[in-house]
Design a protein. Structure first.
Length: 317
């Protein structure tokens, strides 16, 4: 099994870019100092996420390909949350020289698989030496002539809506943390999220006033939206119907499935606010209301503050 120090930086790049097909929007792909990507709108949506081994993923829990797909999905979901359509990915990779090339090829396969699924290319990146395996992905997107849907547009009276699953990745993490590898449905949700990419542009077309990717937890991310908009968001828990599989896993682990749904991250669902008279696009479900901030912006559950931590914070003590 070859390692990175044996094949070298440029040998690795040659391996992971060979025979890869780029979409029409990639005008110039890997091989030069920079790529050239079409921007028909004249504006480019851009975002970056960093995944660190033992913080965001474990290779004894996930395959390299699954990690690659997860890294791509986290960024592609952010583009969708702006109401944009993804156009390209760039990847920065840092790892020990002793890393097996097979591991890095698996990461690349996963990145390419998720990119291809949404019709974008992996157009460039960089490789560096590091004591820890780190994957940094930058995604680009096109607004197609629309205004970006930001976090700051929610207004009192708006409907709060959700598209995509929540709580599944948290359930998968709980299962893996107990040393189990099943049920496959929840473990798979932790390993590879399934963001509703198309729902972002659809929400923008339907008149969404604010939108956010649910990466840290539904309440935590709605809290970011509430702060940016200067409003209070009230989530109605009865609207969050607990799937049977989550209920079963929670019962087996002695956990609360609703807590997973309210605070669990990494499913990359989309949460948005819509005018009260708007017709929600297919797949979107109303889960609450936007209210006047009163004593200050924030998030309530059934009219009350939620007693538990609202979601993930890298630097919380």
């Amino acid at each position: 099994m070859n390692t990175l120090d044996e094949v070298g930086e440029f040998g690795l790049i040659a391996r992971v870019t060979a025979n890869r097909r780029q979409p029409a929007g990639t005008l110039l792909g890997p091989g030069d100092d920079a790529a050239v990507v079409a921007a028909p709108d004249g504006r480019v949506v851009a975002c970056t996420d960093v995944l660190v081994e033992a913080v965001h993923f474990r290779l004894d829990w996930s395959t390299p390909e699954q990690v690659g797909r997860k890294a791509a999905a986290a960024n592609l979901a952010d583009v969708a949350a702006m109401g944009a359509v993804p156009t390209a990915l760039l990847v920065g990779l840092a790892c020990p020289a002793s890393t097996p090339v097979e591991t890095l090829e698996g990461l690349a396969d996963g990145l390419w698989a998720e990119a291809t699924a949404v019709g974008v290319g992996l157009v460039g990146g960089d490789v560096a030496s590091s004591a820890t395996l780190v994957v940094s992905v930058t995604a680009l997107g096109d607004l197609e002539g629309r205004e970006p849907v930001t976090r700051s547009g929610a207004r009192p009276g708006d409907v709060v809506a959700l598209c995509g699953r929540v709580g599944w990745a948290a359930a998968g993490l709980a299962v893996l943390s107990r040393g189990f590898r099943s049920p496959v449905a929840v473990v798979g949700a932790h390993r590879v999220p399934e963001p509703p990419y198309a729902a972002g542009p659809q929400a923008a077309i339907a008149g969404a006033t604010a939108m956010i990717d649910v990466s840290d937890g539904l309440l935590a991310d709605l809290g970011h939206l509430a702060q940016a908009s200067g409003v209070l968001v009230d989530v109605r828990s009865p609207t969050l119907q607990v799937p049977a599989r989550l209920a079963e896993v929670a019962s087996a682990l002695g956990a609360d499935p609703l807590h997973w749904m309210l605070t669990g991250g990494e499913d990359h669902a989309l949460a948005a606010t819509f005018p009260p008279d708007a017709t929600l696009p297919p797949g979107w479900t109303a889960i609450g209301r936007v209210c006047e901030a009163g004593d200050g912006p924030g998030v309530l559950v059934d009219g009350r503050p939620y007693a538990e931590p609202a979601g993930w914070d890298h630097f919380a003590r």
